[in-house]
Ligand binder design. Structure first.
Ligand code: PMV
Length: 305
């Protein structure tokens, strides 16, 4: 059986959390990880994925978002045919790598393809956001935008996205701490902090400025400066209480092994970190060092369409 859609994971280079407050963020698609969706005729609406196997009506919390998306889609297009949806994914779940966005976008595209209905990107966003709102609460939309467009983006919430092709000499190493991230909770805790003390809003402002500095330094291939910017961003993310011990340990390992900079990526409090390296040789060393502690690691050149 052929898949009806394939979507990829994503990595936020910089700007997580501050993007929720209208500051810019830079994110890239990550095609070392992907999610495939298959659909076939069935006698009941069913789903088969890592977290649930069975009738959609009896599904668990893990796939509540997808369940709702499918319901709304079938209702909107007056579809009575029953289907079985199968999701096959190697994007780590709840690690800040965009697995929920990839599932939401992937299932929407697969439904359109299976029922042979024409669609545009706005329709993909609108269905995918049904699921993302359930999973994330108040998503900035960056995940769905990167995944649906499969392009690296300079992104500001509620503005037309800007494709931001990246062509640097750097490598990034991504390490999964092995602990589930807690994006929804972290976003809501940051909001509470921002509402209690104005210094937290200053940290958000700083993260926004750092993102713009990162953009300029990526454009100029100034990867050493970019490394420093990653470290500064991590300082502010730490102050916003979204880092944790496991991420800090991985960051320390990367820096000790000559990373130019390192920071968490995504919602934090678990999930993944990224490290920047100036050469393939150093990147391999950093990856090897991280392998001793991380659940999984990846490496890619920082050169993306
Ligand atoms: O944990 P992820 O990969 O879904 O990334 C969340 C990024 C945040 O900025 C923390 C939240 C958002 O909606 O942008």
């Amino acid at each position: 059986m052929n898949y009806l859609s394939r979507t990829f994971g994503k990595i936020i280079l910089i700007g997580e959390h501050s993007v929720v407050y209208g500051k810019p963020a830079i994110a890239i698609p990550f095609d070392d990880t992907h999610l495939d969706v298959y659909i076939e005729k069935s006698d009941k609406n069913c789903i088969s994925c890592k977290y649930f196997e069975g009738e959609l009506d009896y599904s668990n919390d893990e796939i509540l978002g997808i369940n709702k998306l499918v319901d709304v889609f079938l209702e909107q297009y007056n579809i009575s045919e029953k289907i079985k949806i199968k999701i096959d994914s190697n994007i780590p779940h709840e690690r800040g790598m965009g697995s929920s966005a990839a599932a939401a976008v992937g299932v929407t595209k697969a439904l359109y393809n299976y029922f042979d209905i024409d669609y545009n990107i706005e329709e993909i966003f609108s269905f995918a956001n049904i699921s993302e709102k359930i999973v994330h609460g108040n998503p900035s939309g960056i995940d769905v935008n990167v995944v649906a467009n499969n392009k690296s983006l300079y992104y500001i919430k509620n503005k037309a996205f800007e494709n931001f092709p990246i062509d640097t000499d750097a490598y990034i190493i991504i390490a999964d701490s092995g602990k589930k991230g807690a994006t929804k909770e972290a976003v809501s805790d940051v909001k509470k902090l921002v509402n209690t003390d104005k210094k937290y809003m200053q940290y958000i402002e700083k993260l926004g400025e750092l993102t713009d500095m990162a953009k300029t330094n990526i454009e100029n291939n100034n990867i050493f400066k970019l490394g420093e910017i990653f470290n500064s961003a991590q300082d502010y993310l730490r102050k916003l209480t979204v880092s944790d011990n496991l991420l800090e340990e991985l960051i320390e390992i990367a820096i000790k092994n000559n990373a130019l900079g390192a920071k968490l990526t995504g919602g934090g409090r678990g999930g993944c970190m990224i490290a920047l390296s100036d050469s393939l040789e150093n990147a391999q060393k950093i990856k090897l060092a991280l392998d001793s502690k991380a659940k999984e690691t990846w490496m890619t050149k920082l050169k993306i369409k």
